[in-house]
Design a protein around this ligand. Structure first.
Ligand code: NAI
Ligand code: 15L
Length: 273
């Protein structure tokens, strides 16, 4: 596969999209930007993923897609359905129709958010890092939409030969701001490294990877990410002493501390009005 050069970045106006707009051009990519909110850029499109024609036009001529657009937290099911489920379907269908060969899909730890974090050493409290083939345990409608995205990716690989790397991102922000984040944090620079690896590795089919830095307190296995050529450079540990002093150690009897998804597991569900 020739190295992709022109890459459509959906969700370009968002937090991660803004970080990637700064970092990815250094890897030689020419970015086409898409978001429902206006975003500055030489090649920028303001469009809703609900608009199938606009999405098809946006993917035309690109070599690959990094798909970040969507609702990034829990919301009413109808909203998740439109943006994350139907929207991701529109993107995959457009990519298939336009012959785009590879998508990097921003999945989330919340696809498996009910998974116990490693802490103990019993089957319910494993001490080993969470493997990438751990059973799906979405913690929200949001997490459920990420399960859908991963399955859609598998379908489009099996049926149409469209490759995807689904990156179950932990927490990608410039700083680590909670004790939980010490274990799931991905620095923006490592995020760019991982997206670059996901865009350029050969023969990925549909590969699911965990998206984190090389954190001292890492909860999950980075094996499939490393197999793509990802070599994380960062570690959240410099924040540990201050955060633990302020917030205390994680309490194993608190569900929000004991499971990968954190407070997404315990927040009250959002039901229709
Ligand atoms: P964000 O909420 O800051 O950005 C999402 C962007 O998508 C926004 O700019 C929004 O306008 C756009 N968008 C939403 N619905 C759209 C639609 N229907 N059509 C077009 N654009 C639409 O989220 P963030 O943090 O930048 O996350 C990016 C992606 O990565 C999301 O898919 C999120 O679920 C995923 N992710 C992010 C993590 C993180 O730590 N930042 C962790 C795990 C997953
Ligand atoms: C996510 O999936 C969210 O998009 C992000 O805003 C964070 O909440 C992150 O997970 C997390 O679990 O910290």
């Amino acid at each position: 596969m020739p190295a992709p050069r022109t890459v459509l970045l959906t969700g370009a106006a968002g937090g991660l999209g803004t970080l990637m707009r700064d970092l990815l051009p250094d890897y030689g990519y020419a970015l086409r930007l898409l978001d429902v909110r206006p975003v500055e850029g030489a090649d920028a499109i303001t469009a809703d993923l609900a608009d199938q024609d606009a999405v098809r036009e946006a993917v035309r001529g690109v070599d690959a897609i990094i798909h970040l657009a969507g609702i990034s937290l829990e919301a009413r099911f109808e909203k998740i359905l439109r943006a994350n489920i139907e929207g991701t379907y529109h993107l995959y269908e457009a990519a298939r129709q336009e012959g785009v060969g590879r998508i990097v899909f921003a999945s989330s730890n919340h696809a498996v958010g009910y998974t116990p974090r490693p802490q103990g050493g019993t089957p319910l409290d494993p001490s080993a890092p969470i493997p990438v083939d751990t059973p799906r345990r979405p913690d929200t409608f949001y997490g459920l939409s990420k399960c859908f995205g991963e399955d859609l990716a598998q379908l489009y690989w099996d049926k149409h030969g469209l490759e995807t790397v689904s990156v179950r991102i932990g927490s990608c922000f410039p700083e680590t701001t909670s004790v939980r984040m010490l274990s799931v944090w991905m620095s923006p620079a490592d995020g760019a490294r991982l997206f670059h690896a996901a865009l350029t590795a050969e023969h990925v089919g549909h590969t699911v990877v965990h998206g984190s830095s090389a954190n001292t307190r890492l909860w999950w296995d980075l094996g499939t990410a490393r197999a793509l050529g990802y070599e994380p450079q960062d570690d959240s540990e410099p924040w540990a002493e201050k955060l633990i002093a302020e917030q205390g150690e994680l309490d194993p009897d608190n569900e929000a501390h004991a499971r990968l998804g954190g407070h997404f597991v315990t927040d009250p569900p959002i039901w229709p009005d």
